[in-house]
Design a protein around this ligand. Structure first.
Ligand code: 4EZ
Length: 237
């Protein structure tokens, strides 16, 4: 039986999801609010973690280990790096890295620590499902690499560095840490982001203008995926 975690980082990233879900029970746990619902016969747990790798790690772990979720979908916004990604465009992470994890002083590549790996791959089944959904909606979703770090990037030289190290297409502040948690706990995960800015000098202005509309684009798409997962016709349970 599925129990699906749907998370975002900011309240704006999950508000459209809660609106679609409609009725839910609210539980406080470990400094966050968790919204539990039965949606079309399947249990969901929805939460926003707060921004950054540490808070998102706590929330992903809680959703899996405390609430018992066995699939995790992340919805939110990101800064675009690949010039083909425009404001409002959707990117599905194929793999994610932590762009600020740095023990290069010891000869290790950026994003690597012993026992870990530079990249963590997202679930191929959920990526395939997103392609089906995109096709049915007549929408385009681009697959790509997402780099995660504890900073809001608004600087071309940092972007260049992240491209050089990870060949990333977009960047944000939670996906890479959620990926590590899900991978370690063997929970299939999916990270979707809609572009809110292009992580350069005017990023904060662009973010303020577009984060809400882009968050809605991402959230509505994720809920279409949830519709497929909970559908009695779906056999990938
Ligand atoms: C983090 N999220 C931004 C949170 C910003 C301001 C109050 C996504 C994101 C992002 N992260 C959108 N654009 C970004 C950028 N340029 N750098 C990092 O996940 C909170």
């Amino acid at each position: 039986m599925n129990k699906i975690a749907i998370m975002g980082a900011m309240p704006e990233e999950i508000a459209p999801i809660l609106e679609i879900v409609g009725e839910y029970k609210t539980t406080e746990y470990a400094g966050n609010v968790y919204y539990e619902a039965n949606y079309k016969g399947t249990d969901l747990v929805v939460a926003h973690s707060k921004i950054g790798k540490v808070f998102s790690t706590l929330t992903a772990s809680s959703m899996i280990q405390h609430f018992g979720c066995n699939k995790l979908l992340f919805s939110g916004v990101a800064g675009g790096i690949n010039p083909s990604l425009k404001i409002g465009d959707l990117i599905v992470a194929t793999k994610l890295s932590q762009h600020d994890l740095d023990i290069t002083a010891f000869g290790h590549p950026m994003g690597f620590v012993p026992g870990g790996s530079v990249f963590v791959e997202a679930d191929k089944g959920l990526i395939a499902l997103s392609k089906e959904v995109a096709q049915e909606l007549g929408k385009t979703v681009q697959e790509g690499i997402i780099a995660t770090g504890d900073q809001f990037v608004h600087n071309q030289s940092i972007k260049d560095e992240i491209v050089k190290n990870f060949n990333a297409d977009a960047l944000e502040m939670e996906g890479g840490s959620v990926a590590v948690v899900c991978d370690a706990l063997n929970v299939p995960f999916f990270i979707l982001r809609a572009i809110s800015d292009t992580a350069d000098t005017d990023a904060s202005f662009s973010f303020d203008e577009f984060m809400e509309s882009s968050a809605v684009i991402s959230a509505e798409f994720v809920m279409k995926m949830v519709d497929k997962i909970v559908s009695p016709l779906n056999n990938t349970k």
